[in-house]
Design a protein around this ligand. Structure first.
Ligand code: CA
Ligand code: CA
Ligand code: CA
Length: 221
């Protein structure tokens, strides 16, 4: 940055200072050259844009102000992390659909764009391809209901990888138990419920209801 002073001699010496507007001192300006420098660690995930004035003052006390805007470019410095690492699923023999997901795993990644986009894979425990996972939603489906036996148990390990190739250091485990038909055990009618609620509702407002069945009876929770 350079403020051109048409005067010659001592009055032409210019001094640069930062104006107000920078909440934290991540940047500094060299008083004599006007070079802007990084003076503290930057983090796109905390603040991605900075805007602040720089003031150039000459020896005669005259000053001008320029606004500086700095945009931080995102790099892939966060790995995906599973919000829950262990999932327990009960399947009832004879009531397994291949269209409805039995569970949805979820990992988050603080980066933006493809660096924060998570892809899921079953990396262990899926012998005979009994299950499949939706790579982008994390929903797990039974592809071969006929291969699910009563009293069976499956332990699936799921990995999460972002669009830059960074993997979650620890995968998620999905424990699937198969219950014989006729044995009572509470089963939710959906693996995931999505509700929307206005931020200004009063406490006590019903957001939605969940439903689980046990031995043919309906339980409302
Ligand atoms: Ca960061
Ligand atoms: Ca980042
Ligand atoms: Ca990432």
């Amino acid at each position: 940055m350079s403020a051109i002073d048409p005067d010659c001699g001592v009055n032409a010496m210019v001094n640069y200072t930062l104006g107000d507007g920078l909440a934290r001192p991540q940047f500094s300006v060299k008083p004599d050259s006007g070079e802007l420098c990084v003076s503290a660690p930057l983090d796109h995930e905390t603040t991605s844009d900075f805007e602040f004035p720089v003031i150039a003052t000459d020896r005669g006390g005259l000053s001008t102000t320029a606004m500086v805007k700095i945009q931080l470019l995102d790099i892939n410095d966060n790995v995906p992390v599973f919000t829950v690492r262990d999932y327990n699923v009960s399947l009832k023999e004879g009531r397994i659909s291949s269209n409805e997901p039995i569970v949805a795993v979820s990992a988050t990644d603080a980066d933006s764009g493809r660096f924060g986009t998570v892809t899921y894979r079953i990396v262990n425990g899926n012998d005979n391809d009994v299950f499949r996972i939706d790579r982008s939603t994390g929903e797990i489906f039974v592809t071969k209901p006929s291969l699910i036996q009563a009293n069976g148990r499956f332990d699936l390990e799921v990995s999460a990888t972002d669009g830059g190739g960074l993997a979650a250091p620890q995968g998620a485990m999905v424990h699937v138990n198969v219950i014989p038909a006729g044995v009572g055990s509470a089963l939710f009618d959906k693996p995931r419920y999505n509700f929307r609620v206005r931020e200004d509702v009063r406490s006590g407002t019903i957001v939605g209801s969940l439903k689980a069945t046990a031995g043919g009876e309906f339980l409302f929770i």
